[in-house]
Design a binder for this molecule. Structure first.
Ligand code: CA
Length: 241
């Protein structure tokens, strides 16, 4: 369900490096788009969905740092690898503070870029708590959850979820394509701090049904469905197109 290949955006004004990076990453099977300046990068980011960005901080007009802050505001979970000049220690620190996920100092080895970028993309897909995850679907309003915030989005729109809805959704997302049992959900809810009112006996199964129903409504237009697997539990799956 989770795509292995990624949609990448390279933002680099050096034509040679830009083309080289595009070619290398395309060869690995990624879908690559490239921008020579911040403005066209912003246009591409608004029109497309990317899994990761390689961003040169030394850009003309709109600086790389500005582009980074812009990305962090709009696409908080999008992995960004920054490229900095050899002596740009301030840039590196500033970049990481501004929310870059990793950095490489120019000139860098292509193999190292591939390794760092690969690690970044894998981390971004980690289903465990503390990571962020996107559920692939045919729909442009893809579901994305970030357990560190915690927050979920449909496309660019943040989802408003209660604590229980969030617990239920993250459980379904981390097990996307597999069945989550009612017991699993009830257990997760009981483990939620601040939900002690639940009591030792837990939430009745029909209460769970209500939450599933609410969550389904919030996922309308996401290309995802919460299927009721009779006698077993629930499964998050892509809606057949
Ligand atoms: Ca540059």
């Amino acid at each position: 369900m989770l795509a292995a290949m990624s949609n990448l955006l390279i933002i680099e004004d050096d034509e040679l490096l830009r083309d080289g990076l595009s070619a290398q990453l395309s060869q690995l099977g990624h879908t690559v788009m490239a921008a020579a300046d911040g403005e066209s990068a912003q246009q591409l980011l608004e029109a497309n969905r990317f899994d990761g960005v390689v961003l040169d901080l030394g850009l003309p007009r709109i600086s790389g740092m500005e582009v980074l802050r812009w990305i962090r505001k709009r696409l908080p979970a999008l992995p960004v690898l920054i490229l900095t000049a050899r002596d740009g220690i301030d840039d590196r620190v500033q970049g990481l503070n501004a929310g870059a996920d990793d950095y490489l100092t120019k000139p860098f080895d292509m193999a190292e870029l591939q390794a760092r970028l690969g690690a970044l993309l894998r981390r971004a897909r980690l289903p465990a708590f503390g990571g962020s995850l996107e559920v692939a679907s045919q729909n442009t309003r893809r579901l994305r959850v970030d357990a560190t915030l915690p927050q979920a989005w449909l496309g660019d729109e943040a989802l408003e979820l209660t604590q229980r809805e969030w617990a239920l959704l993250s459980l379904l997302v981390t097990h996307a394509g597999r069945v989550v049992s009612r017991e699993d959900v009830l257990e997760t809810w009981q483990a939620e701090p601040g939900d002690s009112a639940t009591g030792a006996s837990g939430v009745a199964s029909n209460a769970l049904e209500v939450y599933i129903h609410r969550l389904r409504r919030k996922l309308v237009d996401s290309g995802l469905n919460i299927r009721n697997v009779r006698g077993l539990g629930y499964m998050l799956e892509t809606t057949p197109s």
